[in-house]
Design a protein around this ligand. Structure first.
Ligand SMILES: *Cc1c(COP(=O)(O)O)cnc(C)c1O
Length: 362
């Protein structure tokens, strides 16, 4: 077996032990005589899987009883529409912070449904920081405020939770969910595509405060209505059965490693290896302002597009995969989600240093 260090931003690396466990159960799950992929989602054996997944996720994330957990399909991008359809139900106003491409997409999608305003943006500096917002910046009658907590493409993360008072705060946490503890009670709703830090693509997890459900706009497709999904325990229709099963294995892995406090320590250590190196040399440039550096997506450039290209190519040949930056920003991006071992980051830094020595800038 020749596993590489996979720095993909998503879908991304899964813990090896999870893949091995899934492989061992692939053809025949326990004594069911069939694969999880082949089961009726309404069978007792599958019901146990999805129930256990929720119990574990609630415990890991410390989710209070007045929040529902939903296992949905459609990716985080479907939530860009589901959020306004479900929550823009009072004044018909919503306030968005645009700190990257995904929050911009969310903002543009929401605009179709009401009076939606971007109250702060970091586009003036190519999204290399997170705008600070205060209570006064938020319209007092907004139905909700939307943020993207970790900006996967640019490598920035909110270093604070905006104070929105009684207005529900909605956060896209696709690329930072389960990377460290988060106070769920500060949010009305959290959503995340699973393929960054939880499971294979195909599953989207929503955490939503109960009182925010049941007031969706009349045109809301039934598949996007949180109340329908909650009332049916995420089984209004066939859920993404297999990704939920893998998510359960990942939750067990996180639990066994000590939960989110332990994850945070592990991730801080990994990110520090990269950022400490970046700060100690002047060959590479880390464009993100320090207070807003992401622990999950570390971006850097050489300042020379040709060298960046050469870097990505040589890195790939050595088994550092998917290190090229997002096609819209260029440069490099090392996505170091929970499943990335510290050895991967250490080996990458060693390569970065060698590359810098072997490729002096003109
Ligand atoms: C990847 C990502 C998305 C898009 O997720 P899909 O599941 O592909 O729709 C949205 N937001 C963030 C923060 C992401 O990292």
């Amino acid at each position: 077996m020749n596993r590489v260090f996979n720095f993909s931003a998503g879908p991304s690396a899964l813990p090896l032990s999870v893949l091995e466990k899934a492989a061992s159960e692939l053809v025949c799950y326990k004594d069911s005589g069939m694969s999880v992929m082949e089961m009726s989602h309404r069978s007792p054996v599958y019901e146990e899987i999805i129930k256990e997944a929720e119990v574990l996720f609630r415990s890991i994330m410390n989710i209070p009883d007045n929040y529902k957990v939903l296992f949905l399909q459609g990716g985080a991008s479907t939530q860009f529409a589901a959020v306004p359809l479900n929550l823009m139900n009072g004044s018909g106003k919503a306030d968005y912070i645009v700190s990257g491409q995904f929050s911009k997409k969310a903002f543009q999608e929401a605009k179709k449904y009401g009076d939606v305003v971007c109250i702060a943006s970091s586009e003036d500096k190519n999204n290399t920081y997170i705008p600070q917002i205060k209570r006064e910046d938020i319209r007092p009658d907004a139905d909700y405020v939307h943020i993207c907590f970790n900006n996967t493409i640019y490598g920035t993360k909110f270093n604070y939770i905006p104070d929105t008072g009684d207005i529900p705060l909605v956060a896209d946490m696709s690329s930072c969910i389960m990377s460290e503890p988060v106070d769920v009670t500060k949010f009305g709703m959290i959503y995340a595509g699973a393929q960054k830090n939880m499971a294979p693509a195909g599953l989207t997890v929503v955490i939503i405060r109960e009182d925010l459900m049941g007031k969706s706009r009349p045109e809301t497709p039934v598949m996007l209505d949180y109340k329908t999904m909650a009332d049916n325990d995420s089984m209004y229709n066939t859920p993404p059965c297999y990704p939920i099963y893998i998510a359960k294995l990942v939750y067990e892995w996180v639990r066994d490693l000590g939960g989110l406090e332990a994850m945070k320590k592990h991730n801080e250590k990994k990110a520090a290896v990269l950022y400490d190196y970046l700060d100690a040399q002047d060959y590479y440039i880390a464009p993100v302002e320090k207070p807003y550096r992401s622990m999950m997506n570390v971006t850097f450039v050489t300042g020379d597009a040709d060298l960046d290209k050469k870097f990505a190519k040589e890195a790939d040949a050595l088994g550092f995969k998917n290190i090229k930056g997002h096609r819209s920003v260029g440069g490099m991006r090392a996505s170091i989600y929970n499943a990335m071992p510290i050895e991967g980051v250490e080996a990458l830094v060693k390569f970065m240093d060698e590359f810098a020595k072997n490729n002096p800038k003109k």
